[in-house]
Design a protein around this ligand. Sequence first.
Ligand code: MN9
Ligand code: PYR
Length: 284
Amino acid sequence: DYLVSKQNVKNIFVNGTTGEGLALSIQERKQLAEEWVRQGKDKLDHVIIHVGALSLPGSQELARHAAAIGASGIAVIAPFFFKPTSKDELLAFLREVASEAPAVPFYYYHIPPLTGVKIRVEELLDGIKEQIPTFQGVKFSDTDLLDLAQCINKNGGEEFVFLYGVDEQLLSALAIGANGAVGSTYNYLGQKTNMMLQAFAQHDLALARKYQFLTGEFLNFVIKLGFGVAQTKAVMTFVSGIPMGPPRLPLVKASEEFIAKAKAKLDSIVCKTEQHSNIRLAVL
Ligand SMILES: CC(=O)N[C@H](C=O)[C@@H](O)[C@H](O)[C@H](O)CO
Ligand SMILES: CC(=O)C(=O)O
């Protein structure tokens, strides 16, 4: 309800990085997926469930479950303890998961900073539809915009969807042709990012940049303090007023010092951006 009414976010990516999907038991992941689908009915447009796991049977079980509860899509990261070393190995793993949910759109979740699997998406997509008929697109959480551009350039006709996942450079990805975004900051900067999407759609790059710089200035500040999933939960808690709880070990909760500094910074940037937009609106 908060995301829909306060952030204008109507598509949810469940059990991914921010939701610590990989730190949850299979049972917990099913419970969360079920709850999101149930509560999101008539409120959300899409609920994509991340079903990636280190073991193939674990991932397949989650894929079957997501299909059974009526998820609108599933996504899978590359397994990252025993890593695929080639495109074919990665594709084989993804295919074995996707085939367990033959009627559910499938997304590859590319996040090399966390998985360490750097196989280029451009290469992976070559002929992917023959192997994975449900293939729908990529959640692309990497800064390699050349790889993203090549994917879009080569697969434009296929109608694949590219959802970008490096929030601080979403505008650049949009310019190259990304279709949307999935990211941690949209939990608390969703409204501002929607303003950026709107400005971009209206070819108002100066305004779009203002919103991109807002996210950038905040992330640039908090990254220096040490920023990860634990800190995201803390930020979401102070922005929304909804307690997100601590992270699970090995992550530890954000310090009070981090929270105070992050809050002061975010308040000041949001305030500054709003003043700018007001001036702009007044001039218009
Ligand atoms: C590594 C990571 O967590 N990536 C997130 C999504 O995939 C992003 O939303 C980042 O949290 C965000 O771009 C801040 O760097
Ligand atoms: C942030 C994001 O994309 C995830 O939680 O997986």
